[in-house]
Design a protein around this ligand. Structure first.
Ligand SMILES: [Zn+2]
Length: 127
């Protein structure tokens, strides 16, 4: 699957097999920030140290900027003469709040992709 494929599918960045998150409650607000501690396949500890995921904030920021720029350009190109800008703001906020969870999870996944090298044969014992 490779490193980028693992990140997009939110799988372990080292082996590409273990899940980063519990997918069963993807749309429930409960457990929105919960993440597995280790990869179920290779045993990689995801949060290497306290504050390891602070770097994911920058990824999250970039994803939000990309969303904002895309939505704004799309509005001015296709909808400006049809809808008022206030309508655009409301729709944009609805999209943003709908995607909060996905952006949060994807930014952590991409951060792990950057920080961990892809090595499907390596195994750790889970402590
Ligand atoms: Zn793994």
């Amino acid at each position: 699957m490779g490193k980028i494929g693992s990140a997009v599918k939110m799988k372990c960045p080292r082996c590409g097999e273990g899940e980063l998150y519990d997918r069963t409650n993807l749309f429930s607000l409960k457990g929105i920030f919960s993440m597995h501690k280790n990869c179920s396949n290779c045993g990689l500890k995801y949060e290497k140290e306290v504050g390891f995921f602070y770097g994911a904030m920058y990824i999250s920021y970039m994803l939000n900027i990309a969303l904002f720029v895309t939505a704004t350009v799309g509005y001015y190109m296709f909808f400006e003469d049809k809808y008022d800008w206030r309508f655009y703001i409301i729709i944009y906020l609805l999209i943003t709040f709908t995607l909060v969870r996905w952006i949060y999870r994807m930014s952590r996944s991409l951060w792990l992709m950057i920080m961990v090298s892809y090595d499907p044969d390596k195994k750790d014992t889970i402590k």
